[in-house]
Design a protein around this ligand. Structure first.
Ligand SMILES: [Zn+2]
Length: 233
């Protein structure tokens, strides 16, 4: 039992059960490297069995029944997209993105907002009056129940805003930001942050080179133009 999807990215794990939300998001395919863990029924069931088992182990509970129906992987991918939107604060499909919104480029138009449907959970007070929030159901239903329970607990505990999606669009991994002022945007600044800074630097150089070349460029091609690549790193 482990957080198999998040471990593929080697990301900082969210504390306790919140890692389940992170784990769902990290099932997404990593470009040219690893497949979508929710691609089909067999893969999705294997992932859910591992993730639900890890969640149950952390909470000292029995693992739920993780059997899925043939249509469940599609639902799971929609659920994943809903949580991605929630975390990036991207608008739901069909709504105005608004100023400053940064939706993921691959966010499709099929996602539905789960808040419209409601999710069941069980309140389980112990003899000391300590109340636990327990997911109910099995398979996809259990996962929804567990995800929203963990979301509620994280929102109450103040840890929810630290669950983020890496700003590098080619990465898109969900990570837990442990920076003091919660200002992190990369899952790993050495991997995704430096690559982005390098791209931005090259882009600036290209723009500068194009601007410098522009006064000479309206001739009929004199062969003496600047080579754009000459000024690269
Ligand atoms: Zn990243």
């Amino acid at each position: 039992m482990s957080w198999a999807a998040s471990e593929r990215y080697r990301v900082r794990q969210a504390p306790a059960g919140l890692a389940l939300v992170q784990e769902l998001i990290n099932t997404r395919a990593i470009k040219k490297y690893a497949p979508d863990l929710l691609a089909d029924q067999e893969a999705a069931e294997r992932w859910l069995t591992g993730a639900a088992g890890e969640w149950a182990r952390i909470h000292g509970l029995d693992s739920p029944d993780c059997a899925l129906s043939p249509s469940d992987p599609r639902e799971l991918r929609d659920l994943r997209e809903s949580f991605e939107r929630l975390i990036t604060k991207a608008p739901a499909a069909g709504t105005d993105p608004g100023v400053g919104a940064t939706p993921r480029p691959d966010a499709g138009a099929t996602s539905r907002l789960l808040s419209d449907r409601g999710v069941a959970v069980r309140l389980a007070p112990d003899e000391q009056g300590q109340v636990r929030l327990l997911p109910v159901g099995r398979g996809l239903g259990w996962l929804e129940s567990a995800l929203w329970s963990e979301t509620l607990l994280a929102q109450r505990a103040g840890t929810w805003p630290r669950l983020k999606i890496c700003r590098n669009g080619e990465c898109g991994s969900a990570f837990y930001d442990t920076s003091r002022n919660n200002s992190g945007v990369w899952h790993d600044v050495r991997i995704c942050g430096n690559a982005a800074n390098l791209r931005a630097s090259r882009q600036r150089k290209r723009i500068r080179a194009a601007a410098e070349a522009a006064p000479d460029s309206d001739g009929n091609g004199n062969g003496g133009g600047k080579d754009e690549g000459a000024s690269a790193d």
